[in-house]
Design a protein around this ligand. Structure first.
Ligand code: P6P
Length: 353
């Protein structure tokens, strides 16, 4: 009987050979004609991530890579040199791709139009090129966050009003975590998957498929330095955390890393409104909404404290919202403190008409 050849490497090779583009096409097989474009677009985003990762890993050795530019962005935040570098990497890579018609970035006040691309495709990329840039100069993890939307209409007046819609209009969302390894996590609405960059191959290789957030986790991630600025329900929640066993505070100051921990281990990340930023600090279109898309795809939950993040309709490109995101049970616990206080509130005195 002729023996059937048994490959020696088996699973390892098949795992190692499942590249980002192959896996995206595997998911997209049930997608329509846009499959190839979306796969190519994901590859361009991955390429931008490789360039940013390369710069970050050598930042301490490259002149002018670290520190501040001396300018402020539309958010009134001091801009790091790495913010500008990463923003321009995404801009250049996507411009060359011909796949994206418009860009919305934390680092650019207005929509960036690429009319030469519009006849080809009508995608808009919304991104935070470097989230958590305060960590860059101290070699701690940072990330890039992105969302992809299809353009609705021609936007001839260049107001981008079609972008002021809820997060259900996102067709894909994800982030790149620049940590000990560079990991790309994203979803096209068919589950959440992660890919680890193999620098020796220059490829993102599938590392986790169909990631599910545990229904409960011990981590709670919040900047407790803002305690005095919060409304009472959040103070009640933190007091509960302090008085009950089984919880650990974990906060890195970089949303992507803090969320990735929650995605993989469970728990909750929250950035409530404060006296300084009553509407919260995190921007909806390129921070909260993409992560909310991922959280819900992974079986978790994301709320502003008043409504699901994905239902929130922004009034402007850089609208901020409070964010409570993570495991179903842990988000529900935070919400229970909000609801409890709402029940205690005296009924709103109706204005005399
Ligand atoms: P704070 C970084 O600037 C960022 O936008 C998020 O990455 C992070 O979660 C948050 O702000 C940290 O803000 O007020 O705790 O320093």
């Amino acid at each position: 009987m002729v023996e059937t050849y048994q490959p020696m490497v088996g699973g390892a090779l098949s795992r190692d050979s499942m590249t980002l583009s192959q896996h995206v096409l595997k998911q997209l097989q049930s997608f329509g004609p846009d499959a190839q474009d979306l796969s190519a677009l994901m590859n361009r985003i991955a390429f931008a991530g490789k360039l940013v990762s390369k710069r970050l890993t050598r930042a301490g050795l490259v002149e002018d890579a670290l520190g501040f530019t001396g300018n402020q962005n539309v958010q009134g935040e001091s801009v790091k040199k790495m913010d500008v570098y990463a923003n321009d990497v995404f801009l250049s890579v996507l411009q060359q791709s011909g796949l994206v018609c418009r860009l919305v970035s934390e680092e650019m006040e207005n929509i960036y139009y690429m009319p030469e691309n519009c006849p080809i495709n009508r995608y808009t990329l919304l991104y935070d090129p470097i989230d958590g840039s305060s960590n860059v100069d101290i070699n701690l993890n940072v990330g890039s966050i992105f969302a992809i939307r299809r353009q609705k209409g021609d936007d001839e007046d260049q107001t981008g009003n079609d972008l002021l819609t809820n997060g259900h209009e996102q067709i894909a969302a994800g982030y790149i975590l620049y940590g000990p390894s560079t990991v790309l996590v994203f979803s096209i609405g068919r589950g959440v998957h992660s890919y680890t960059l193999d620098p020796s191959l220059g490829e993102f290789i599938l590392s986790s498929e169909n990631i599910q957030i545990p229904t409960h986790g011990s981590n709670y991630s919040v900047n407790e330095g803002n305690f005095w600025q919060w409304e009472e329900p959040y103070r009640d929640y933190i007091r509960y955390m302090h008085r009950h066993e089984g919880y650990s505070g974990r906060y890195s100051g970089a949303l992507v890393g803090d969320f990735h921990r929650i995605l993989m281990q469970g728990g909750v990340f929250l950035y409530p409104g404060t006296l300084k930023n009553p509407e919260g600090k995190l921007r909806l279109l390129y921070e909260s909404a993409p992560l909310a898309f991922l959280a819900e795809q992974a079986g978790g939950k994301a709320t502003t404290g008043e409504q699901p993040v994905l239902d929130f309709v922004p009034s402007a490109l850089h609208t901020r919202t409070p964010l409570i995101i993570g495991s179903q049970e842990d988000v529900a616990l935070v919400e229970s403190f909000i609801q409890e206080r709402q029940l205690e509130r005296p009924p709103a005195i109706s204005k005399v008409s």
